[in-house]
Design a protein around this ligand. Sequence first.
Ligand SMILES: NC(=O)c1ccc[n+]([C@@H]2O[C@H](COP(=O)([O-])OP(=O)(O)OC[C@H]3O[C@@H](n4cnc5c(N)ncnc54)[C@H](O)[C@@H]3O)[C@@H](O)[C@H]2O)c1
Length: 443
Amino acid sequence: MTEASTAPKAADIQPAAGKLGIMIPGMGAVATTLIAGVEAIRRGLAKPIGSMTQMGTIRLGKRSDDNQPLIRDFAPIAALDDLVFTGWDIFGGNLYEAARTANVLDRDQLEEIRPFLESIEPMPAVFDQHYVKRLTGTRIKTGKNKCDLANQIRNDIAEFKTRTDRQVMLWCGSTEIFLEQTAVHQTLAAFEKGLVDDDPGISPSMLYAWACLKEGIPFANGAPNLTVDIPALRELSKLTGAPICGKDFKTGQTFIKTVLAPAFKTRYLGLSGWYSTNILGNRDGEVLDDPESFKTKEESKLGVLEYILQPDKHPDLYKDIFHKVRINYYPPRGDNKEGWDNIDIFGWLGYPMQLKVDFLCRDSILAAPLALDLCLYMDLAARTPSLSHLGVQEWLSFYFKAPDTAPGNIPEHDLFIQSMKLKNTLRHIMGEDLVTHLETPND
Ligand SMILES: NC(=O)c1ccc[n+]([C@@H]2O[C@H](COP(=O)([O-])OP(=O)(O)OC[C@H]3O[C@@H](n4cnc5c(N)ncnc54)[C@H](O)[C@@H]3O)[C@@H](O)[C@H]2O)c1
């Protein structure tokens, strides 16, 4: 077969017609900020700042062509007007109340969209306190085993399917305890047996993911939990053509880390230490105050430098980096996190220098546009024949602290390489030339 006949054609992508249903396990700060934000934007009350799908452009052809359409005009991405939301949570009350609890958006802004938010009420959740120690839920499904619980989620999905044309699921639930892979995660058959046997290696987020993939629906993981990063669910994803990706939204400190670390590496500046600490006071911070949930987050945050700096290839520069990440629960700050970084670098002849970063950010304001983009791109992936059966969507690594990869692949952490990979994937599926930066001045 020639290359031309195997190259994807934009015409093969199913159109984004009808309603796109977004299902969110965990309707806390990120989810309510996403949903309230989409509604405010739909009504012309605010702008989708931070969202690549809404504000981003993509260069096509040579630089001199000056052809840079908006991504949403270039690729068939669902329109915000077509989004419909539902989800699950362990706490009762509608999304107006949940957004008030999360205390991210101004009260005045919430009042403008109050009836819309009041019209959405999370469904009772599948939850087990063994996996999130600091929360005690009030609206929790009961069932005879994990298989029964997962099938109850499938029933919820089936009902939502009657109201929407396509669906995606995005995990915005709390960070679960750190889980190592065991035998139950290795094959789909072992996993499905584990559902019946109540295997402790199967956490609630895996039950949502299994139910979702069984229904042929894409699943993205905004938290650092293992969830779909296991062979069993990769197998299911490929089987049903339901794309998966994760894990852990790359929002604040790690976002900046994956900009600065490649800068040092590009200039061959050495690094001896990187101390990162955070204070935050939202419910996420409370959950992460538990050492077992923190361990999951810590693993996700720590991997970044190792992958970017490649100490084995550059021992003189990066062999003994002292890298520490702390998260401290400090209620007065609520969702307005403060992240400090002290970075010890060294230059010519080994002379030391320091860099200090103090990022006074807003956790969910940074996460919401990423959550939106992930839903829209995962829906696009499901409609694109060359992507839908790939399993893990590595081209979406841009959005994650600890990008899931196909087995044996090395994750890409450098934000700008991730961005290039994402845009080149869009060009590829749309049948456009990739941008290689090889052009001569006259191109
Ligand atoms: N905000 C950010 O910048 C950011 C960045 C990276 C990752 N994350 C991750 O995203 C997730 C959501 O963050 P958040 O700030 O919205 O937290 P949050 O605590 O406000 O919301 C999480 C919600 O999940 C619910 N929940 C927990 N277990 C559940 C289950 N099994 N089923 C259904 N609901 C469940 C909780 O009741 C809570 O309402 C967290 O895991 C967090 O670590 C957030």
